[in-house]
Design a protein around this ligand. Structure first.
Ligand code: UD1
Ligand code: UDP
Length: 369
């Protein structure tokens, strides 16, 4: 415990695009606290896609491990990162380490902190599908981070219950999801991007490891079928830089006049694209949380989701990765205004935009202020 009036050094770890989005509100809120000395540690698990988001929020990394290698595999990424993280934390000797979510970066940050007896705070704790293969390896990363954390910042009540089922009941705080804080900060001054020739925009993203190969091909086939069936539909697909995604997507969807394959968008233009979308097709975690808050129906192209709240609220539909099922669900929303309206409600089960403040409150008490 830090003595009153002393600054507590808090290392905030970010590695990939979604972590930067969801940690940005926490980092910015901590930077406003006089008792906190914030150090931003970028692992660089992602390079361009991490930098894009940090820039959007005006955040500069104090330390950058620059880990990314082309088509990196999980074991070598983990091993390299654990060694580098250990070295940095030994030098920094922070009062606490924070990281968000379920990536390799988060699991490594939790483990390295544990080995050095540094308290670890897990932002977005407690999400589970219950299936260690899906999402892979994220489900296990989250379980491990949960086991290693001192503070669990659960975004929803059902995430808190998941932790309780694993016997984790101490220092669990239901805060809301910081993604809504980030979205609100940007969406308030970001207009929708212009619709093209009055067409309906379908926004697509897909990147999960368990979708590589067959499921990704099914999704691409579904997208092509839909665009061909609806002359008033246009697809915008910012393609993830992972070569296991980029290659097949360019092969299966490239060259179509109404399918725009673009590089990953900066966060502000991506929010603008979500705002202007008629419909969102995705396997992303963050997009599943953001689009409903912007009243956009989401079809999740996965077999399971660790984010059941929006499905229960009727604003997200889990459609799987079978092309016919994806097409069927999208057709319903494109053809039936009542079905569309029922999903475009603007319900946000993931937070009120004040999650970062609640996380900071917990850390402030810990720091003795
Ligand atoms: C990672 C996370 C996943 C998260 C996703 C968010 C793990 C194991 N996976 O998946 O949970 O949902 O980020 O997008 O932690 N690449 C670039 N530039 C970039 C980013 C990636 O070229 O800015 C390419 C590189 O070839 C890299 C590859 O994508 O090796 C894979 O990156 P990696 O972080 O291992 O996996 P993701 O699929 O991005
Ligand atoms: N996003 C972005 N540009 C894009 C696509 C997504 O800024 O071209 C943002 C999106 O708004 C969300 C986050 O990236 O906040 C989601 O990241 P991703 O889908 O890569 O990871 P996941 O959330 O599935 O872990």
């Amino acid at each position: 415990m830090t003595k009153p009036q002393e600054q507590a050094k808090i290392v905030c770890v970010v590695g990939t695009r979604p972590e930067a989005v969801k940690m940005a509100p926490v980092i910015l809120a901590l930077q406003r606290e006089p008792w906190a000395q914030v150090r931003v540690l970028a692992t660089g698990q992602h390079r361009q896609m991490l930098d894009q988001v940090l820039q959007a929020f005006g955040i500069t990394a104090d330390i950058d491990l620059d880990m990314m290698q082309p088509n990196q595999d999980l074991t070598s990424l983990t091993a390299r990162m654990l060694t580098a993280m250990d070295r940095v934390l030994k030098v920094e000797q922070p009062s606490a380490v924070l990281a968000q979510g379920d990536t390799t970066t988060v699991m490594v940050a939790a483990l390295a902190s544990f080995y050095l007896h540094i308290p670890f705070g897990h932002v977005e704790a407690g999400l589970r599908t219950g299936d260690l293969r899906r999402p892979f390896p994220e489900e296990m990363n989250r379980v491990m981070a949960g086991r290693l954390a001192q503070w669990h910042f659960a975004p929803t009540e059902s995430a808190r219950q998941n932790l309780a089922r694993e016997g984790i009941t101490d220092e669990v705080y239901v805060t809301g999801n910081t993604v809504i804080d980030a979205l609100q900060q940007v969406a308030a001054h970001t207009p929708a991007s212009e619709a093209h020739e009055g067409r309906r925009l379908v926004l697509v993203t897909m990147h999960r490891r368990e979708s590589f190969g067959g499921p990704l091909e099914e999704a691409c086939n579904a997208i092509r079928t839909l665009v061909d069936a609806y002359p008033d539909v246009e697809v915008l697909y910012p393609v993830h830089r992972n070569p296991n995604v980029l290659g097949p997507v360019e092969k299966l969807l490239g060259g179509h006049p109404r399918i725009r394959l673009v590089e990953p968008l900066d966060y502000v233009p991506f929010v603008a694209a979500m705002k202007s979308a008629y419909l969102v097709l995705t396997d992303s975690g963050g997009v599943q949380e953001e689009a409903p808050a912007l009243a956009k129906p989401v079809l999740v192209m996965r077999e399971e989701t660790e984010r059941p709240e929006a499905v229960a609220a009727g604003v997200v539909q889990l459609v799987g990765t079978d092309a016919q099922k994806i097409v069927g669900a999208a057709r319903r929303l494109l053809d039936d205004p009542a079905a569309y309206r029922a999903m475009a409600k603007g319900v946000s089960p993931y937070g009120d935009g004040k999650a970062a403040g609640r996380i900071v409150d917990v850390l402030r008490r810990y720091a003795g202020h």
